[in-house]
Design a protein around this ligand. Structure first.
Ligand code: SAM
Ligand code: SF4
Length: 536
């Protein structure tokens, strides 16, 4: 009988991707994915260390499993990812019932670690070298690449996929733990990335999102000195048949080069959407954060993006309450947000991270209630800007890739038991434009995974509301005009459900109160695999 594994993921898109790959490896080895940890023989947490909150969640989940493990000593509990690398043995001190601690650079060893625990009943630790433990090449090698073949069943949907371009980060922003836990920045060989995207396209994938901590710093240098930049990679990926959209996240402001902007402008499949975190609107704070740019530089960069790529949508990240942030510094951030025209911003309260320069050098001197107030104030400013940005679309027809039922449709189906079972059943759907704007409309289920035209009738700060204006597919696959052949089972009117509309998959659950817009977020989402229950 196959062993059952439960895998829970906290964190950014890197972790979502790592979990997909771990799940694929385990399935190949005969494991069955289950949704309930109590049913599982192996319980794994893929963890995040970017903020304290994310770690607290995991320690609390581990605490809840202590009694369960006492009653079922043969069950294996594992902590994977950034917390494993950061806390290492500390995890076993705080949660002695943990059997496996496996850093993000060691995920390729997970099967071996599981076998070792079964064979020896001894705890296993696999972590990479610390940045100061050895010379760079040795540290780099200790973060092993982990990109096994992709399985469409393990993604939220088969028509969208993340693709890794880099591991690690070399920027060392003073507040950030990522360079320590994910190691030195290493770009993947471009041929490997192209092959992976081809493979995904053959599986029916239409949209790929390239992911790297600073994706626009991507550069692969060959032995003969030739270099492949992100712009070069985009040209190569653009030629792959089947791929209709290419996105890339997250960008570092200083590495937003003209060749990259021109590639975005000139390649129709590359989405006109740039996520470029600013973090603060105050030069003093930016210097303390060691972001290596000034506000004036950032504003010029925004102007360059908009000049080169007409219609580009730009989003950002901000940290409020960083060490030494005065009311005046914060006001400068408010000014930037009020005038920069971001589509949306992800706003985080500063969380001191042991192991970072800021933790070592500066006291965490902004009280929690001040952080919370600044967080809310900045959210309110961004909401106004986002509303203006979204309202521009009213009266226009946009092309969207339909991602799935809206969060509202999920909620309604849970409450009423109504389930859109037939492909032609109508429900509230959600998708995104190529500028990453979320669109909600009513349509038949068989549009999921399709590109459709939607006429925009209304807007909230976070969502566009519209109606289908393109032909839709009938059950028999024939194209038909909306409402002619299909019997619409409209679950709801679109307007009035704006806050519930944005999350396309119930497996995602935002855990951070400081989200900019409640949309399916880049950060801090919690993904409980299986996305699909494995019946094997
Ligand atoms: N590499 C990306 C970049 O440079 O923008 C982002 C990676 S980081 C995991 C995601 C976001 O988390 C950052 O943009 C920052 O706003 C936030 N973040 C990182 N460290 C933080 C900390 N110690 N406290 C609060 N927010 C933090
Ligand atoms: Fe962290 Fe800065 Fe690297 Fe982004 S660029 S991962 S914020 S150190």
């Amino acid at each position: 009988m196959s062993k059952k594994v439960f895998l829970e993921t906290v964190g950014c898109q890197m972790n979502v991707l790592d979990s997909e790959l771990v799940a694929a490896t385990l399935r190949k080895a005969g494991y069955q994915l289950v949704a309930d940890p109590k049913q599982a023989d192996v319980i794994l947490f893929n963890t995040c260390s970017v903020r304290q909150h994310a770690e607290d969640k995991i320690y609390s989940a581990l605490g809840q499993l202590r009694r369960h493990k006492q009653r079922h000593p043969h069950k294996i509990i594992g902590v994977l990812g950034c917390m494993a690398q950061k806390d290492q043995e500390l995890i076993r001190q705080r949660a002695p019932h943990v059997d496996i601690i496996c850093g993000p650079g060691q995920l390729g060893k997970l099967l071996y670690l599981l076998e070792e625990v079964e064979r020896t009943r001894q705890p296993q630790l696999a972590v990479s070298l610390g940045r100061a433990d050895a010379h760079r090449p040795e540290v780099e090698r200790s973060f092993e690449s982990y990109d096994p073949l992709r399985e469409p069943e393990l993604r939220t949907n088969r028509f969208q996929a993340y693709v890794r371009t880099q591991f690690g980060c070399d920027k060392f922003c003073t507040y950030c733990i990522v360079p320590s836990v994910r190691g030195p920045e290493q770009s993947r060989h471009p041929d490997e990335i192209v092959a992976e995207v081809r493979f995904l396209a053959d599986q029916g994938c239409k949209e790929v999102t390239l992911v790297g901590q600073t994706v626009n710093s991507y550069h692969y240098r060959f032995g003969d000195g030739r270099m492949v930049r992100l712009s070069d990679l985009l040209y190569r990926l653009h030629d792959i048949p089947g791929i209709r959209r290419i996105k890339f996240i997250t960008n570092f402001p200083r590495d937003m080069t003209d060749d990259l902007l021109q590639a975005v402008r000139d390649l129709p499949k590359v989405c006109r959407y740039l996520h470029v975190p600013a973090q603060s609107g105050c030069d003093i704070i930016l210097r303390r954060m060691k972001r290596m740019y000034t506000v004036a530089f950032y504003r010029d960069m925004l102007a360059r993006c908009r000049e080169t790529i007409p219609g580009v949508a730009i989003s950002s990240d901000f940290i409020v309450g960083f060490c030494g942030e005065t009311e005046e510094s914060f006001q400068r951030t408010c000014d930037l947000v009020a005038h920069a025209g971001f589509k949306n911003s992800y706003i985080f309260k500063y969380s001191p991270r042991p192991g970072t320069k800021a933790f070592e050098l500066y006291p965490d001197d902004v009280p929690e209630e001040v952080k919370r107030r600044r967080n809310n104030d900045l959210l309110a400013i961004q909401a106004k800007v986002s509303l203006a940005d979204h309202r521009r679309f009213i009266g226009e027809t946009v092309e969207i890739l339909v991602e799935g039922p809206s969060k509202w449709a999920y909620k309604l189906s849970n409450q009423t038991g109504h389930d859109a079972r037939q492909p032609s059943d109508w429900l509230q759907l959600t998708g995104r434009t190529s500028t990453d704007h979320i669109v909600v409309f009513d349509g038949p289920k068989n549009l999921i995974g399709e590109f459709v035209q939607v006429f925009i009738e209304d807007a909230s700060p976070y969502t566009l509301f519209g109606r289908l204006s393109s032909p839709v597919l009938a059950d028999n696959g024939e194209k038909t005009k909306q409402g002619m052949l299909l019997e619409p089972i409209t679950l709801l009117g679109s307007r009035g459900h704006e806050n519930s509309a944005e999350q396309p998959n119930p497996a995602y659950e935002d855990r951070e109160s400081s989200f900019s817009n409640g949309s399916r977020s880049l950060y801090q989402r919690r993904l409980s695999l299986p996305i699909v229950q494995d019946q094997a």
